[in-house]
Design a protein around this ligand. Structure first.
Ligand code: ADP
Ligand code: ADP
Length: 226
């Protein structure tokens, strides 16, 4: 599903953010990417989204070879990837329903599909009663669940979550983790970048640890220690 072969990233100022990374993630896996600040996590996320290109090596996502993927085809790649961020990134002037609907509208989904899918994902994340609320009327946990529903409404095979619990209290963090676990059990591959040691330790999933741009460990049922 995802493969990085000998991937290195050197920024124009000479910083070596990633050094000869090799990672293979199979369909249906749940993988944590952990590491201290500056270890290369954000660079890895940017490479997977093709926001930036590696200096060396090759990246494959499903049947896309990102090295040769043309700019005009990047939107197709992004449709394979649902994305959730730490800061939610909801559209402020749109309701919960409209935020989720918008993600489908941009793919030119039919009205019929929209009417079916939006309520379905809203109830999946427990927000069926918040359809008409605006982001400012929601708690942090509800905002993140809206963002999660938006990421999932296109049924992407892969969900990439970048520090999704970073702005949440422990209770809401665990609600999001429970949802991600359910989503994974339904077959979605999940890649979760985080600093949250308690969550990583409790979940006992695969953990890839980056340190100073290198993969220093990759364990199947792991925890997070420094
Ligand atoms: P993390 O997300 O784990 O904190 P990053 O991928 O952001 O790590 O950073 C890895 C290294 O690359 C750090 O040394 C950081 O300072 C550097 N870096 C990140 N972005 C840039 C950039 N645009 N230009 C130069 N150096 C960068
Ligand atoms: P952040 O992700 O910014 O650290 P959280 O509110 O998720 O914010 O977590 C605050 C602190 O509580 C962190 O140190 C986190 O590791 C810890 N934490 C998160 N969830 C739990 C939990 N269920 N039980 C105990 N500690 C937790």
């Amino acid at each position: 599903m995802i493969q990085l072969d000998n991937v290195s990233k050197v920024y124009p100022n000479g910083t070596e953010a990633l050094k000869n990374i090799n990672i293979k993630i199979e369909k249906g896996e749940f993988v944590f990417i952990v590491g201290s600040s500056g270890s290369g996590k954000s660079t890895l996320v940017k490479l997977l989204l093709k926001e930036t290109d590696p200096t060396e090596g090759r990246i494959f996502i499903k049947n896309y070879n990102l090295s040769i993927l043309k700019r005009k085809n990047v939107p197709k790649l992004r449709r394979e990837l649902g994305i959730v961020f730490q800061d939610f990134r909801l559209l402020k002037n749109m309701t919960v329903y409209e935020n989720i609907e918008f993600a489908l509208t941009v793919t030119e989904a039919s009205r019929r599909k929209i009417r079916r899918q939006v309520p379905m994902v809203m109830s999946m994340v427990g927000l069926a009663n918040k359809a008409k609320s605006y982001p400012y009327q929601l708690s942090g946990g509800e905002q993140q669940r809206t963002a999660l529903a938006r990421a999932l409404v296109n049924n992407p095979p892969i969900l990439l979550a970048d520090e999704p619990t970073g702005n949440l209290d422990p209770k809401n963090s665990w609600e999001i983790m429970k949802l991600l676990d359910d989503i994974n059990k339904r077959g979605t591959t999940i890649i979760l970048v985080t600093h949250n040691k308690d969550i990583v330790n409790a979940m006992q999933k695969r953990v890839i640890t980056l340190n100073n741009g290198r993969v220093i460990s990759d364990i199947q049922k792991g925890g997070y220690d420094d």
